[in-house]
Write a protein of this length. Structure first.
Length: 383
């Protein structure tokens, strides 16, 4: 589950800490039955929220630090009646997931989700880390490898048990399911013929890489063209509005909008229209808007229009109440600086000098001369 979560977030943008996990994906990841009932799901997510980990703490006086990984999980339905979980990381766990500068391993999720045990996942991450730093043939001590795999001193004390239940299992799993495979052999022997180190040989798993490539070629071809063409098209759209060269993070955002959020070109353009009132428009504004839409399950232009209208009206009413302190009056929401392009502006008559003078007279004085009537109460007055 943690692997899935890490695949969904942008590690350079902490606002992506809220992740949508479709119920069908949740059941598949945790290997649960499709007919699982609500009470069973509650027990499952409760267990997920109770997982505690030990982590580093910058406080020198801290003896040890513990935190949960996730602080909230809510089961919700989108506008199509589809069930999904809204998953949020715990505050104290955020430094372990975002803005890593070192000591991290970059891996594709497809190599993790196909593995069936934590030890297999950890073994893959170990091999991926070694391979990426150029160590394809190397020696590793058994103690170091056991520590990496989280094996306690009292577990698999005999090498034969460790070999049969861990090494062979991981070797077979990676060969069948990941883009890396490895072989191993005993290297240095200690007292009484005890194995102390292993010699590891890592190579790319071409057979599995071909399996990964086949569905990708089929999936990226759509009526609109290839996935690469889609990204290029949205990049041109972004540059049209932003007028600057996109960074690597911003291009990764575009891929997120298309692949993970399932946003169409029309929706992305609508997000730009929704932010054009800004004096300094940035890609982060658009990313924040689309992230918010994804969180609310918005996938159609009509749903986006409705969401924007409701949000904008609420913002205008809120700002209008604040404006009463300084007498500011706006004709449109665009003038208020609150929302995008206002298609139909309210026609207003020019204010005369006489009216300006009258506006400076207290209303209770005007009422004495019959020139002012208290308007009838209106819960949502026109602005």
């Amino acid at each position: 589950m943690l692997g899935f979560y890490l695949c969904k977030i942008n590690p350079r943008d902490i606002s992506t800490r809220y992740v949508r996990v479709d119920l069908e994906d949740y059941l598949k990841i945790l290997d649960l039955d499709d007919d699982t009932n609500i009470s069973y799901l509650k027990a499952s997510t409760k267990k997920l929220l109770q997982i505690v980990i030990d982590g580093p703490d910058p406080d020198k006086n801290c003896v040890y630090a513990q935190t949960t990984l996730f602080q909230r999980c809510r089961l919700k339905t989108d506008e199509h009646g589809k069930y999904y979980f809204d998953l949020n990381a715990a505050d104290d766990a955020l430094p372990l997931m975002f803005d890593f500068q070192k000591k991290y391993i970059k891996a594709k999720g497809m190599n993790i989700f196909a593995l069936s045990s934590p030890k297999q996942i950890l073994m893959y991450l170990f091999m991926r880390n070694q391979y990426d730093i150029g160590r394809k043939n190397f020696e590793v001590s058994l103690d170091e490898l056991r520590k990496w795999l989280g094996i306690k001193p009292e577990e698999y004390q005999r090498f034969q048990n460790f070999n049969d239940w861990v090494l062979k299992s991981c070797e077979k799993a990676l060969k069948e399911n990941s883009d890396l495979c490895f072989t191993y052999e005993k290297s240095r022997m200690g007292a009484h013929g005890k194995c102390e180190t292993l010699k590891i040989h890592i190579s790319e798993n071409k057979a599995v890489l071909k399996q990964f490539e086949k569905p990708q070629i089929a999936d990226v071809t759509t009526e609109k063209g290839s996935a690469a063409a889609e990204i290029d098209k949205i990049t041109v759209l972004c540059n049209k509005y932003i007028n600057k060269k996109l960074t690597g993070i911003e291009k990764e955002w575009i891929r997120t909008w298309l692949d993970e959020y399932g946003m169409s070109e029309a929706l992305i353009k609508r997000a730009f229209d929704d932010n054009l009132f800004r004096t300094h428009l940035a890609m982060k504004n658009i990313h924040d808007t689309l992230t918010k839409w994804n969180k609310h399950g918005i996938r159609t232009l009509d749903a986006a229009e409705k969401f924007c209208k409701e949000e904008h009206n609420a913002n205008i009413r809120k700002a209008a109440r604040k404006s009463s302190k300084n007498g500011t009056v706006w004709k449109t929401g665009a003038e208020a600086g609150l929302f995008g392009i206002q298609k139909t502006e309210v026609e207003t008559k020019p204010v005369t000098e006489e009216q300006k003078e009258e506006d400076g007279i207290p209303k209770d004085i005007l009422a004495m001369f019959g020139d002012y009537e208290e308007p009838e109460p209106d819960n949502e007055p026109d602005i």
